[in-house]
Design a protein around this ligand. Sequence first.
Ligand code: GCB
Length: 611
Amino acid sequence: VHSSGILYPRESESRELVSLDGIWKFRISTAEDQEDGFRNKWFSTGFDEWIHMPVPSSYNDVTANSTLRDFVGWAWYQRSFFAPKRWWTDQQRVVLRFGSVHYTTVVWVNGKEACVHSGGHLPFQADVTELLLYGSANLLTVAVNNTLTLITVPQGHIDHPNNTGRYPPGTVLYHHDFDFFNYAGIHRPVYLYTTPQTYIDDITVVTDIDDDMGIIKYKVEYQNKYKDLPSVPQCRVFVLDKEGTKLTSIKGLVGKIHIPKANFWWPHLTHPNPGYLYTLEVHLFSDSSEDIYRLPVGIRKVTWNTTTFFINNIPTYMRGFGRHEDSNIRGRGLDYPLLVRDYNLITWIGANSYRTSHYPYAEETLDMADALGIMIIDESPACTIDYFTDELLLKHKEVMAEIIMRDKNRPSVVMWSLANEPKSFKNESSAYFSALVNLTKSLDPTRPVTFVTSQYSNTDKAVQFMDVVCVNRYPAWYSDSGHTDLIQRQVKYELTLWHLMFNKPVLVTEYGAGSVVGMHTAPSSMWTEDYQVVTLKEHFKAFDTLYQDGFLMGEMIWNFADFSTPQDSYLSFYRIYSSRRLQEGIVYSRRQPKMAAHVTRWRYWTLAHKS
Ligand code: GCB
């Protein structure tokens, strides 16, 4: 659990920011000797052999080599950089921050260990002030291991088969139960940034509305690098509107600001000006310095009852998707053109929401959701938990604390999802999820908490603790394949049962069918675009009747775009395209629409105009 904040690095009058993204040196450990890099101290000697590797990116798909695509173990990155002398003379604190590295990471600066982190989708940082050489070159080394075990989040399995007739000695078979490729590497931006020695460590904002008044409650936490502050620093906080005009200011590390006739944060297509963001400009004064940090703030209120979800007291129906951070070549690496293209497609289709299935997405990605008014269900990386142990629970709690620390201030984040499709028919899932909900609520009492189930209302042991029922269902695809004629009946029946059983709003977090772009038949048959369209349309009809019953909170198609699946998964023989790319998207991997995107667009814009 973070003992300190993890604010996004932003430059200001008191902070410098240097990007370390680019082409790094890269090599992997040999299959027979996973410890070679540690033993030979690659972190101080440098690499003798290496290839070029882009950062940020997954390393799996950038070469034409299956060894690297399918690699499991320690992979090594290295680069050098300069730290200006003035950072030292100005007594700056220097922090090295990674947006995310998948999964277990060790970082060295000039041969000395700077930090260790485990967990693939969240930021971490280290104070490197004392490790740097100022005014000369510094060597940065990152070792990353993508091995998943029963106590990582997500869980993975490694088999050591002992049948030497079929497998040579030493064979390692790697499996996981989740349905996406386990991309690895330095996935998000790497920054060096500076702060004064007394610095703003964290800001927490909770907003509320009262008639047309916006209310911002804030708390600023500070730290001093040397811990011996002579006096408590002074704090002054300004609120700026979208145009940058200062509206008001207030003194104190903790406070409550009132904005009369405020512009509230609204979702896409519910208001002429969705995603309105104010700026909270925080100034922290100590005896010798001033630190300044600007935080975007959207003023909105999230509430829910047993049937309905509200934004700013208005019933809000979610029209959206499940997604993946996935694309050709770069895998899960952050890519700005792709990011903007995806949002342009999402808003063109008329969606107002998506779930960050099945892990927390990049901060840069959520920044755009904040600014465009896209509601986010922020999901932890706990996909398909199979074995519920105390050790896993501990790690899972740590991950929830890290997600909330990172995303607590985002207006776009309207719900936390603890997990996707855990084996929640098992009795032990009950105590596990009850503990996790309690922790999440204690860290953030303002947002609903859920997890996404694939169970049935009479088999699930954990949905009872959640605020909202989120279910994944595949009628006419995984069950009663080919029978699109059964969809309406089955959807209505099952969703109604869920509501009757738990008396909570119901959100369909996955449904749909796979299709290969350009493949058509009449009548429609599985894997054609026609079949995908029929599947969606039958669901739309079912949702329309349920909508009138009043407990349906929204609909999310699986998936926004085609994504990669591994060849060694239990599902791989269902998967087309050398089992490598799952075709469930309504846009395909080059981010162009399939027929289903046009049909969804028609649906979502119609829904938006109805509400
Ligand atoms: C699910 C999973 C998702 C899969 C999808 C499928 O229920 O949550 O990760 O990709 O089904 O098609 O198997």
